[in-house]
Design a protein. Structure first.
Length: 156
């Protein structure tokens, strides 16, 4: 069993290095994904995907830059594609003290805190909140970032 996990890990590494979209498959039913943001307002992945056999998703955001969160903070926020602009606009008004996510915003499926250069943050959420066939996107809700820091999230 251990060797099969090593093969999956190696395949994911090869896929990441080749620019192939990152798809996580269940290992103990928790699918783990990583994404990073930089000081140029860019995520390193435009698409993340998890298989339908996952019961939970764990996303770790890493800030590859050096600037502090007050100057170039990033978060990772998952929403239905139709809600992206509204969540981004609501997040701007929420401020850094709320990680640029409006408190109690039911359109937000999952979100990390805002991080600065060299930091990381992780969020875990159940796949029971996702529906196969629904269109999902992720974005950074730090003011001005969502136009370039967004991507597609696929489930199933």
């Amino acid at each position: 069993m251990r060797w099969s996990r090593d093969l999956v890990a190696a395949a994911l590494l090869i896929g990441a290095a080749s620019g192939i979209p990152h798809t996580a498959h269940a290992a103990d039913d928790v699918c783990k994904l990583e994404i990073s943001g930089n000081d140029l307002m860019q995520y390193d992945k435009k698409e993340l995907a998890v298989s339908g056999d996952c019961t939970q998703v764990q996303v770790t955001l890493k800030h590859a830059g050096t600037l502090p969160k007050e100057a170039m903070g990033h978060n990772w926020v998952l929403v239905r594609a139709a809600d992206l602009s509204a969540v981004a606009n609501a997040g701007m008004a929420a401020g850094l003290q709320n990680n640029y996510v409006a408190p109690g915003d039911k359109r937000v499926i999952a979100a990390t805190k805002v991080i600065g250069g060299g930091e990381s943050a992780t969020v875990t959420f159940p796949t029971s909140v996702l529906k196969k066939g629904e269109s999902y996107m992720y974005l950074c809700t730090y003011p001005g970032h969502n136009s370039s820091m967004r991507g597609t999230f696929k489930f199933g």
